[in-house]
Every structure is written in C-alpha cells, then in structure tokens.
Design a protein around this ligand. Structure first.
Ligand code: ATP
Length: 349
C-alpha cells in the first residue's frame, strides 16, 4: 500500500489548461474521491497518477518515489473504467487470470486459486466459466475490478465505474466496492461526477472545478461547511443568500437581503454570502422568516422537495409534509446558517 502525493500538477493540451496547480495527498489505505462537473479535470488527474500523461509541471509521488518517467505498467496501479473493457472472447476466469500475468512476484497461491479467491472477493464465485455477455453490467464491473486487483496493485484507480449502470445496480456495486476497498485496505482514488455517490462512498473528497481543486475534506465537512459558492451549489442542493450587514448583535449580524433582515452568526464582514440547506428551512416561519409562493412539490419518498418563488428568487426546501397553501411563510434557525468565506464579489442577487 502507498501514500499518494500530487504537488503543483499542471497539464496543458494545445492551449487548454486541463489541470491548474493540483496538489493533494491521499493517505495510505484511504478511499479518496475526485468529484466535479464534466470537463473539470478528474480523468486527467487520474491519468496523471496512472502515468498516461506527461505533466506540464508538478510531481506525482507514490510514497517517497517520484514517478516522472515511470511507465504505467511499472507503477503498480489497478485501473477500472466506465466501460467494463472485459475481453469478450475470454471467460470470467480468463479475464481475471489475465491480470495475474502482471503479478510480480507470484504469490503463494496458484493462478487458479488466486482467480477463485478474487471472484469470491467480488461475490462472483461460481461465475468463472461464464462469458462476459452472460453477465449484468454490475457483474461485469466486478469482474473488471477483480482483474484490476489480480496483480496486487498498491493503488486502485476507478474512473466512473458505475456510470453506465442503472440506479439499483449502482447502489449494490457502491456497497460492494466500499466493502472490498476496506477489506483490502488499498489506497483508492475514485472519479465521479455524482456528488451523492462521492459523499456516500469516500473517506475524503476533493471537489474539482475548471482544472483546480476547490475543497478537500471529509464528506460531512464538505457538505456542511462548503468554502465556496461553487462547492455550496455542487455538493447537494443549497440556498444562497447575499446581503449587506446592517448591524451587529450578540448572536450575530443583521444582514439585509432583498429588504428582509436575517440574523447571521459567524460573520462580521460588510457584505455577507451565506447558505441554508433545503432541509434546514421550515414552513410556518419562526426566526429568519419570509413569505414565498409554492411553485412545485415533488414527493421523494422520505420527504417532499418544495420549490418556492421568493420575489423572483428560487428557494428549495425539503419538508416531511407538503404545504397546503400556495402562499407560505418560511424560516430558518440562525444556527443552520453557513457563511461562505470570501467570494462575495461574484454574487449577483
Ligand atoms: P468528464 O466527467 O466529462 O469525463 P473530466 O472532469 O474527467 O470530465 P477531463 O477529461 O480530465 O475532465 O478533461 C479536462 C479538460 O481537458 C477538458 O476541458 C477536456 O476537454 C480537456 N482535455 C482532456 N483530454 C484532452 C486531450 N487529449 N486533448 C485536448 N484536451 C483534452
């Protein structure tokens, strides 16, 4: 197993900056996820780690070892991609066995034993004689995972491995990948554009935007304490408010937003941007209340998502019961406010 470090990694392709000063550290045995919208640089980061990219600047280190000039096949990484990439003319056992060709040195087990052991690990014992086209998408991805693990890599890299699967299979595979990773304790870098998946599966996540890392942290910290407007809006739903501070009280500042004054703890700045999660908004008013109009109501199973219009500004809330009337009072507890540090200049309300 290995600790992974990227320092000042930059990658340009003919005038396109795909990665702009990316630095991160993935601890030994950690499940680390790169999450962000399409084109933000997730795959390029993974390819840089795997050794498929010549870096424009910066370094990639596995433990103490600088990887510049080390070809992919000598890096000891296992790779799983979105499109299963199994060999269609080989059985499941042959596909997994193919990965063993890179095993160095051979372990105590015979190749056959090791294949069966890996298939058991991914819950596919009994499937060794099947062809890939006799498997579901989720099963194919588990074979791809077993094949990637066959050589005993130090580092596992997974690029959107679940994005071609339907929601149910994705959930099952997510649980399995998580279990396998923690059973093996293998350092893992996982790429997804799905923030929900990232929060569910990771020890820590890095939120990427436009070739940069915006924030790194544990899922609950990134969710509860986004450090930028981008993170606040990309990770889960959020309601953002910007306003001017009118007065300071012992419990916080009074911030005027669209003619309403809200009590906002945690800020002394003249201009403040803060966010309130949909589940922290309550119907019926109370503190920090305002009136809005119900636009749509969606039933989510465990809650209702209600889209409101507050004088032209969309507001989203999640509540256990749908509102009866079109006109509602909405409020939020000052303790549920999160102030976003800096970055107020780009907010246009
Ligand atoms: P997605 O989720 O869509 O796969 P991503 O976050 O993985 O996106 P990358 O594939 O890393 O993003 O791409 C980052 C940027 O670099 C994009 O602007 C992309 O167009 C560009 N890029 C990636 N590969 C190349 C290439 N070989 N040549 C030129 N530009 C590239």
């Amino acid at each position: 197993m290995v600790e992974l470090r990227l320092s000042g990694v930059r990658k340009e392709y003919d005038g396109v900056t795909a990665l702009n000063d990316v630095s991160l550290r993935v601890a030994d045995g950690e499940f680390f996820t790169l999450v962000g919208p399409s084109g933000c640089g997730k795959t390029t980061t993974l390819r840089a780690i795997a050794g498929f990219e010549d870096l424009t600047a910066g370094t990639v280190r596995f433990g103490d070892r600088e990887m510049a000039g080390v070809p992919p096949e000598e890096r000891g990484v296992g790779l799983v991609f979105q499109n299963y990439a199994l060999f269609p003319h080989m059985t499941v056992a042959e596909n997994v066995g193919y990965g063993l060709r890179f095993r160095d040195p051979p372990g105590a087990m015979t190749d056959e034993e090791r294949v069966l052991d890996l298939l058991e690990l991914v819950d596919l014992d009994g499937f060794e004689g099947r062809d890939p086209d006799e498997l579901s998408g989720g099963q194919q991805q588990r074979v791809a995972l077993a094949r990637a693990l066959a050589p005993g890599p130090d580092l596992l890299l997974l690029d959107e491995p679940m994005s071609a699967l339907d929601a149910r299979l994705r959930d099952d595979l997510r649980t399995q990948v998580s279990r396998i990773q923690s059973d093996l304790g293998i350092t893992t870098v996982y790429v997804t554009h799905d923030q929900e998946e990232a929060l569910a599966i990771s020890d820590r996540v890095a939120v990427m935007n436009d070739g940069r890392i915006e924030q790194v942290g544990r899922p609950e910290d990134v969710y509860r304490r986004p450090e930028s407007r981008f993170v606040a809006e990309f990770v889960g739903e959020n309601n953002l408010f910007s306003g001017e501070t009118r007065a300071h009280e012992t419990r916080g500042s009074l911030v005027a937003v669209r003619g309403h004054e809200f009590l906002v703890p945690g800020s002394t700045a003249d201009s403040v941007t803060f966010c309130v999660r949909p589940e922290a908004l309550r119907l019926g008013g109370g503190e920090n209340a305002f009136s809005a109009t119900v636009e749509t109501v969606e039933f989510l199973g465990e809650a209702f998502r209600v889209h409101l219009d507050w004088d032209g500004k969309p507001i989203t809330l999640r509540v256990p019961e749908a509102p009866d009337d079109e006109g509602v009072r909405v409020g939020f507890d000052p303790d549920d406010v999160h102030v976003i540090d800096g970055g107020t200049a780009d907010i246009v309300e």
